[in-house]
Structure formats: C-alpha cells, structure tokens
Design a protein around this ligand. Sequence first.
Ligand code: NAI
Length: 331
Amino acid sequence: MKIFAYNVEPYEMEAFTKWMDETGIEVKLYDGLLTPESVEMTKGYDAVTTCQVPPMKDEEIYKKLNEYGIKHIASRTAGVDMFDLELARKYDVTITNVPRYSPHAIAEMAVTHAMVLLRNIKAIEKKQELGNFKWEKPVLSKEMRSCTVGIVGTGFIGSTAAKLFKGLGAEVIGYDLVKNPEAEKVLTYTDSLEELLGKSDIVSLHLPLVDATYHLINADNIKLMKPGSIIINTGRGALIDIEALIPHLESGFLKGAGMDVLECEAIYVNQNVDLDKIKGTPVEKLMNMENVRMTGHYAFFTETAVDNLVSTSLGNIKTHLETGEAPNCKN
Ligand code: NAI
C-alpha cells in the first residue's frame, strides 16, 4: 500500500513519521496542494490524503484519480465542503474525514480565554508596560469558583469544557436542544438560552454553525446577558453577530470577549496577512480592545489534535484498502 500526502506542513511531519514507523506503510510527503495539475503526481499510489482549504471542485482531479486507480481521498479535516462529493462519487472516489480529533484542545482554549479575561491579564500587562505595578480596583478580579459558567452546546467539546470549568470550581449550567448524560454529571440544564444568558458570568459557545444557530447571539439577546459577563466563542464565528456585540464591549456592559473564531476569519486565518487588509474590519477593532482576546482559529492546534488528524485520516485509508469498509465516509 502506498499513500500520497498533499499539503503536508512541517508541524505534521512527526505524526506522519510516527504512523509510517508503526504501520510500515509508505507515505510520500508533499507540501503542495491537490490541483488538476499536481494530481499527476499520484500515479502509482493507492490513495491520497490532503488538508486544504482551497476548493477541489475541478472534475479533472477526480477523473485522473479514477484513471490511476485511486479510490480514496482522506481529508485531514473535519469539514469536507472543499470537495465536490458528487463528482467524487461519479468517479468512485471515497472521501473521508476526521470527525473529532481532540475535544480537549478546543475546551482548553475556551478555559484559557475565560481565565485570562477574568483575571484582567491584558490590562495588567498594559499597566506594567507603563511602569504601573499598583494593585488597583479596575483589575481586581473575581475567582472562577464564584462564577456561573454557561455552556451553550453540550456535545463532545461543550461537555469537556464543562468538566474543566467545574474542576476550577465554577457552577456550570448548560443549554442544548438535546441533553447529554455525560454533561449532566457536571452541569444543570436551563430551559432556554435566554435563561442561561441571564444567569452566566461566563458564556462559552460550543455549537455547530447551521441555519438555526446563525447569529444565535444577537442584538436582541445580548441585552439579556448579565452585566459584567464574559463571552467566549470557540465554535464558529457566525454564531455571534459581532457588530451587535462590539458596542456592548466598548460600553463596558460586557466585561470581555474571547474569540477564537470570527465570521470574517477567512481574511486572516492560517495566513500571513498584510495588516492593511484588516483595516476597517471588526478584526482590527477587536484586536485593539483591551477587553478582547483573539486567537485566529488556533483552538484545535495542539500536538495531540494534529497527531489524531494525521493518524485517523491515514487509518481511514488503511481500513478501506484492507477491508473494503471506509470509516468516516462522507459520500
Ligand atoms: P457535537 O456535535 O458533539 O456538539 C454540538 C452540540 O450542539 C450538540 O449537543 C447539539 O445538540 C448542539 N446544538 C446544535 N444545534 C443547537 C441549537 N440550535 N441550540 C442548542 N444546541 C444545539 O460537536 P462538538 O464536537 O462538540 O463541536 C462543537 C463545535 O465546535 C463544532 O460544530 C465546530 O463548529 C466547533 N469546533 C471548533 C474548532 C476550533 O478550532 N475552534 C475545532 C473543532 C470544532
């Protein structure tokens, strides 16, 4: 069995090497994207893996793979929207994904944002840079054990975050359409999102982006949040109407926001950005606000998650080629 890996990043090398050592299977590592031109490189291989955002919708890609006898593209991502699943099916190419790679990675980022905001770290650092090391009222903080944390979306990541917040001593409440028995071990469900927003000192979002969750946090319900509360989003940017949120952060009605994701993040995530490009966007404003923490979709980015992305995607291929059954098949 021989596998061709596209778009391999230096931070993935260790995980690939480990998997090759463990299985004895050869994987050709290449740093470029899978395109109608580069698909030629897969001749003589049995399957392909890639991790890329730019779309792979050109029929030529699937046609060539079919010609070369390649029946599998294993994406080292959860989302597969960059593929044309119909075309893949037409040319008998199975597309697989990695549905979850480390709930802890994302949950820990939510807790990190919450702690840094709760303890006023950005404001303390700014004071210190000016030589002011005095204990002063504006940076006097609450302790996590005196906070109520509201988890919105209590699936794999939300329930993991709930356990971490509980471990720090917080009272944890949750809102979800479906109750998760695992989450119920550490949190109490509210009957509505509005109830959760009104009771929480820290609100942490862990939902998928679907029609029903688009701008779930908006001008109408931000007003229902507890004055002085903190909001954390490691779910998807468009869960929050950021234009509606910013004035409440500026006025101090909300204490702070921790944003791993933003609706307009495509303009900067995983790129070197000319800062002129973000001028005038909410990104520029948020980055300059003392009570906002921003991480550009880094929540998943841990050694464990990267290792799981690589090993699960290669494992999808191995199982498919050995048994004919493709785990995590998306088409
Ligand atoms: P999951 O499917 O285990 O949990 C999602 C939960 O949201 C479910 O319990 C579901 O019932 C609930 N939900 C869905 N629609 C709802 C609604 N309208 N109202 C209330 N609850 C609703 O998913 P998981 O693995 O916990 O991931 C959650 C989200 O985290 C993902 O959908 C993704 O958007 C985000 N994510 C972010 C990453 C990052 O690097 N920032 C990385 C991976 C995931």
